[in-house]
Design a protein around this ligand. Structure first.
Ligand SMILES: *Cc1c(COP(=O)(O)O)cnc(C)c1O
Length: 239
């Protein structure tokens, strides 16, 4: 299967999930998660009509970015947007702000402060999402939905003038049974609704949730962006 074939299949599934949920198709965007795949694959997906990409490592994307610049994709009007969707160490914040169009996994107040400083230095306005951790698994990043740091971050964000918060993202625990994943997606939407009430100065329209195996349920629960890797680019070599 080519990347274009895979995209057509994912597109068909997204359209059918939208119909099922009674949502207009244009209320959900598809992000192609290209981590571990070469720049050629990104170019292939771009040629097939994808403009939004997700990468999770600064160093890995720095190398691909150079190849994409050389290929001229950032020169055209139809250019692409690449978001950082992985955990970002604060010491890489400045480099990330240079490379990425948005940071979708802001998981601490300290990181937000660093990103704002870097964006100020580069005179850039940086869209961000707040990453929320809805399950207690040790391995995952994100702010607790009921913790003090999330409240502090939301209070502080209006003063971080070079950050534009757009919404929330989450990575729920994996489950074969999608009905076990659904409550996490629903919980993110409800959290967004309550934060939006408590913090009316923040724009929290985006809900980035859903991956290759569970994006249809995420769409039913209100995702505005689904992050799809494997179903577009094929299996990743294990790292
Ligand atoms: C890798 C990754 C994805 C894509 O996962 P697939 O199962 O390959 O679709 C989505 N979101 C995040 C944060 C990821 O790291």
């Amino acid at each position: 299967m080519s990347i274009a074939d895979n995209l057509a299949r994912v597109e068909g599934q997204m359209a059918s999930s939208c119909r099922h949920a009674g949502r207009p198709r244009n209320s959900v965007r598809l992000m192609a998660v290209s981590k571990t795949h070469p720049p050629e694959s990104i170019l292939e997906a771009h040629a097939a009509g994808i403009h939004l990409f997700g990468e999770n490592r600064v160093q890995e994307y720095a190398e691909k970015h150079a190849a994409l610049v050389a290929a001229g994709v950032f020169a055209t009007q139809s250019s692409m947007s690449v978001h950082c969707i992985g955990h970002l160490q604060t010491n890489k914040a400045a480099r990330a702000v240079q490379l990425f169009d948005a940071i979708d996994a802001v998981d601490s107040l300290r990181l937000a402060e660093r990103l704002n400083q870097a964006a100020t230095d580069l005179d850039k306005h940086l869209p961000i999402l707040i990453e929320i951790k809805l399950s207690p698994e040790e391995a995952k990043h994100g702010l607790a939905p009921d913790g003090a740091e999330l409240d502090e971050l939301c209070e502080r964000l209006p003063d971080l003038l070079h950050l534009q918060v757009r919404g929330l993202m989450t990575v729920p625990p994996y489950a074969d049974d999608l009905e076990q994943v659904r409550p996490y997606f629903r919980q993110l939407r409800l959290l967004r609704d309550s934060l939006a009430q408590r913090c009316p100065r923040l724009a929290l329209d985006e809900l980035s949730m859903g991956m290759s195996h569970d994006f249809s349920v995420a769409i039913e629960e209100g995702a505005t962006v689904v992050r799809v890797g494997t179903a577009i680019f094929g299996a990743r070599a294990s790292v």
